[in-house]
Design a protein around this ligand. Structure first.
Ligand code: UGA
Length: 465
């Protein structure tokens, strides 16, 4: 078992620290916000992440998870490994802001007294480990000390809402290292998390740094691809959900991250895509595909919001708009780069009233908009009070809603940015239902075509005979 320091009790730091502690390592989390530490010690997790609270409580109780207020106190425990999990927000030009990473490197260089492995978990541009190394060398030279140390890259692949299982049962662990000592330390630390040792991938540091951007960019590219295809499907009278199924059965393509919607949000994809485009620009290699992924994502939201304004025109000013879902995706209270922010801004400018419901993210939206919108206690309350409904997050509790429940919705109009319902069923229930890439049913004026379910039933009947 190892003694580890984790710098930063943000999303990545807290999940990382708690999961290492759960395996019996001693983890010191360094967090400069004392109020956050006090809250954590009282059992209050600063964000919604299913399962994290139990692991944190248990580890605090077992004294495997300790909190310190500054790096000096954290390093006084003599950790062998330090994970840097500080934020790397976007600068206005799209580049990642490395000031926190550099500050941490400076302090580590000023404090270490024996061999230490410094591991960068934050998403950082390729070459950042070298920068960190140089800052630490400078500090050691100034302190007139000759201490060996390593800087490794170990990007995180944690999905919000699923972060605990992503950490405890990872698909793979990517480790960028320069020395055998660093490889051995990280291998020993991570071996209990994987079934097979080939799930731990050791590579050069720059490859590891680039792997993080490459993985997020590939997932974002799939989403933008499907979003653009969804708009084409609408124009051609195809159904993007059927197209998706047809693609996903090809093992080379697979089913994940093929859901068309209102574009990706959150704290990672939008920021990382912009950062990767910037990395390309810096070495005079424009990442044209990545820039297009970003453009498509932006226009997907504009396209969806335009559908609403085109449908209602100036009458939107007198409407009460119901919103289901404020978080950027289900199972999180995170609203960073959430589509709800763009829609609410647009509706407020047009003078509409808004009543919104989200199972966990309303508080964060309220901190942003205060009394400018009304917060409902339930999904049904939104239906009861709104003229029409917009669905922005595919929370499970919305998916099972029966069409009867929409009977009180005044205009019988729904804009669904997450394709939660079957357009044919909505059409049959008399609801004007606009979704993403499957509008061929609701937009036709003549008798609807037989639904896919009916066609499939006739194929089953053929098989039986
Ligand atoms: C993402 C990655 O999935 C993680 O592997 C990565 O570690 C993390 O970023 C990070 O860099 O820290 P996260 O942002 O939590 O995780 O959320 P995702 O589940 O990836 O969803 C991102 C966005 O894509 C959401 O807005 C979601 O609604 C959207 N999405 C996802 C779609 O529009 N369609 C899909 O099929 C899947």
């Amino acid at each position: 078992m190892k003694k580890i320091a984790v710098i930063g009790a943000g999303y990545v730091g807290l999940v990382t620290g708690a999961c290492f502690a759960q395996k019996g390592n001693t983890v010191i989390i360094v967090e400069n916000n004392q109020n956050k530490i006090s809250q954590l010690l009282q059992g209050n997790i600063p964000f919604y992440e299913p399962g994290l609270d139990l692991i944190v409580h248990e580890a605090i109780k077992n004294k495997t998870l300790i909190f310190e207020n500054n790096i000096a106190q954290g390093l006084s425990h003599n950790p062998e490994i330090i994970f840097s999990c500080v934020g790397t927000p976007s600068l206005p030009n799209g580049a990642a802001d490395l000031s926190f990473v550099q500050q941490v490197a400076h302090e580590i260089g000023s404090l270490i007294t024996s061999y230490t492995l410094i591991v960068n978990k934050s998403t950082v541009p390729v070459g950042t480990a070298d920068k960190v190394k140089n800052i630490i060398i400078d500090r050691l030279v100034q302190r007139n000390l000759q201490i060996t140390f390593d800087v490794a890259s170990n990007p995180e692949f944690l999905k919000e809402g699923d972060a605990i299982s992503d950490f405890l049962v990872p698909d793979r662990i990517v480790i960028g290292i320069e020395s055998q000592q660093a490889a051995d330390l990280l291998y020993a630390l991570y071996r209990p998390f994987v079934k097979h040792n080939d799930q731990i991938l050791c590579m050069n540091v720059k490859s590891a740094e680039l792997t993080k951007y490459a993985s997020n960019a590939m997932l974002a590219t799939r989403i933008s691809f499907m979003n653009q295809l969804a708009q084409l499907a609408d124009k051609l009278g195809a159904d993007i959900e059927e197209v998706k199924l047809g693609m996903a059965k090809d093992k080379r393509i697979g089913a994940q991250f093929l859901n068309a919607g209102i574009g990706y949000g959150g704290s990672c994809f939008p920021k990382d895509i912009k950062a990767l485009a910037y990395i390309g620009k810096e070495v005079l290699f424009p990442m044209t595909l990545i820039q297009e992924v970003d453009n498509i994502n932006h226009f997907q939201r504009v396209w969806f919001i335009n559908k609403i304004s085109t449908h209602y025109g100036p009458a939107l000013a007198n409407k009460t708009v119901g919103i289901w879902g404020l978080a950027f995706k289900p199972e999180t209270d995170d609203i960073r780069s959430a589509p709800s922010l763009d829609l609410i801004d647009d509706l407020i400018t047009r003078g509409s009233k808004i009543i919104a419901y989200d199972p966990v993210a309303s508080e964060n939206i309220a901190a942003h908009y205060g009394n400018a919108i009304t917060y409902a206690h339930s999904a049904q309350q939104v239906i009861d009070q709104a003229d029409f409904l917009v669905i922005l997050t595919e929370w499970k509790e919305f998916l099972g809603t029966k069409t009867d429940s929409f009977s009180k919705l005044k205009d019988k109009v729904i804009f669904d940015g997450r394709n939660c319902f079957n357009p044919q069923v909505m059409h049959d229930a008399g609801i004007t239902y606009t979704c993403v890439g499957r509008n061929s049913v609701t937009e036709q004026t003549s008798k609807p075509k037989p639904a896919r379910a009916e066609l499939c039933r006739s194929i089953e009947a053929y098989d039986r005979n």
